[in-house]
Design a binder for this molecule. Structure first.
Ligand code: EPU
Length: 427
């Protein structure tokens, strides 16, 4: 796999434009299958997960074009309901296609998603929700087959606020002229964005962003063009890089409110932050004082997708902190890599205790185990004394566009060494 060579110790200065959100775009791509016509999603970044999702959608019979950031999906006719092509096994987001495919084709077959680098990630909440909506679900060891005779709608309480299950059940309920009420749903901005897209296409949805979403089914959706929200995890990653390296940076084209928890924390650590409508101005001396206990949880709690990046910062700040990871059971693989670079982090069950030291990081050979853990390693390497070689960086390309170019434009010393070999995993 490709590698980054990072010569650390440079402060970051300038302006960075944040790309649109991967985790908003993937479900919107899935939802485009509900439209018998063309959907255009604008400003789409070139993430490998998005390319893989496009290939899966093509395998179902939809036509796709992707040029100058405009992704057009024509789902006038679908020919297949089996989400079993090679790419479906590479990205976790293929599960999001179940709701729309069941709704459109009245059946759907998918290979059971296995565990992944960050945890087991079962889909029981998706499946029990489908059953409550009238879908007959048959599970074998390796596959799930869903057959829909008659969509019933209904009132469902999710056993936990799963992002993907909330999205799948919304998408399954949008067509069909029945009412569905979902309680205990997830409230992430990406779910609100999916609903905004569907409402723009003619769906009748209320309550998105709250605990209860009501969907009154309509008979069809119309072709539409949509620009998704900015990626709050990418924005947060740049904020954390500036916090640890020091410098003064404008983070542009974002919704600052989506990162409020992070902004409050960084201000407590000593960063200066001011927010305008679509941008954050932030500066940091690079010498942070941090004493806090962070617990990851569903939005608006602290995002699990920023857990490794903030851990990188806490290890390089002065003070003792804990992070409790409540979302994914294996999401601490980056800890051993941070410790190789000089950090002092001890993990007990799902809590990491970080004994921070502003001088701790030194260059090392380390490797990415997953997308966000990889981004965390880049932050440590940017702040470290000496040269760090980060292996397996293809993971980072799943969710960051032109990462090294954007960091380079801020003054970082980071270079990529290409390797043609490809690696697959679940997200
Ligand atoms: N869960 C179940 N049963 C289910 C569904 C979920 O037990 O049927 C559990 C999961 O195992 C996990 C927790 O519920 O412990 C939360 O999972 P959720 O379903 O909310 O996550 P997801 O939809 O699979 C999305 C993002 C993840 C992000 C999580 C949490 C996408 C494509 N993925 O995953 O993003 O971490 O929500 O916010 O939207 C990433 O971008 O790096 C990434 C992993």
């Amino acid at each position: 796999m490709s590698k980054y060579i990072v010569n650390g110790g440079k402060k970051l200065h300038g302006k960075v434009v944040v790309e649109k959100s991967k985790n908003a775009i993937l479900p919107i791509m899935a939802a485009s299958l509900l439209v018998q016509g063309k959907t255009t999603i604008t400003n789409v970044p070139n993430f490998s997960d998005i390319t893989a999702m496009a290939k899966i959608i093509e395998s179902l019979g939809a036509k796709i074009t992707f040029a100058s950031g405009n992704l057009t999906i024509d789902a006038t006719t679908l020919s297949d309901a089996d989400i079993t092509c090679e790419e479906a096994g590479k990205i976790r987001a293929s599960v999001f296609l179940m709701g729309p495919v069941i709704s459109r084709m009245h059946r759907c077959k998918i290979s059971k998603p296995g565990g992944c680098a960050i945890g087991a990630r079962p889909i029981d909440i998706h499946l029990s929700g489908f059953e409550a909506l009238g879908v007959c679900v048959q599970e074998t060891q390796n596959e799930v087959l869903c057959v829909l005779d008659c969509f019933s709608g209904g009132e469902i309480t999710l056993r936990m606020a799963s992002v993907g299950a909330t999205e799948n059940l919304i998408m399954c309920s949008v067509l069909g002229n029945k009412t569905t009420i979902l309680h205990g749903v997830a409230k992430e901005p990406e779910i609100v964005d999916l609903c905004k897209f569907l409402i723009g296409a003619g769906a009748n949805i209320v309550g998105e962003g709250t605990d209860t979403i009501t969907i009154v089914g309509v008979s069809k959706l119309k072709p539409t063009t949509f620009t998704p929200i900015a990626d709050r995890i990418v924005a947060g990653t740049y904020m954390l890089a500036v916090a640890l390296c020091g410098g003064r940076v404008q983070i542009c084209d974002i919704n600052a409110g989506h990162n409020q928890r992070l902004i409050d924390l960084l201000a407590r650590f000593g960063c200066k932050i001011s927010c305008k409508s679509d941008r954050i101005y932030m500066s940091s001396s690079g010498f942070l004082q941090a004493n806090c206990n962070i617990v990851t949880g569903p939005y608006p709690e602290f995002a699990t997708d920023l857990q490794s990046q903030i851990m990188a910062v806490l290890a390089g700040a002065d003070g003792v902190c804990t992070i409790t990871e409540n979302m994914f059971e294996s999401r601490f693989k980056h800890v051993a890599e941070f410790n190789k670079m000089g950090a002092n982090i001890v993990v007990h069950k799902n809590t990491a205790t970080i004994f921070g030291n502003s001088q701790c990081y030194h260059g090392q050979n380390v490797k990415c185990h997953d997308l966000r853990g990889g981004a965390g390693l880049v932050i440590s390497a940017l702040a470290a004394k000496g040269t760090t070689i980060i292996d397996q960086i293809d993971y980072i390309g799943r969710g960051y566009e032109n990462f090294e170019q954007k960091l380079d434009s801020l003054g970082a010393d980071i270079h990529r060494i290409e390797d043609e070999e490809e690696k697959h995993n679940w997200y």
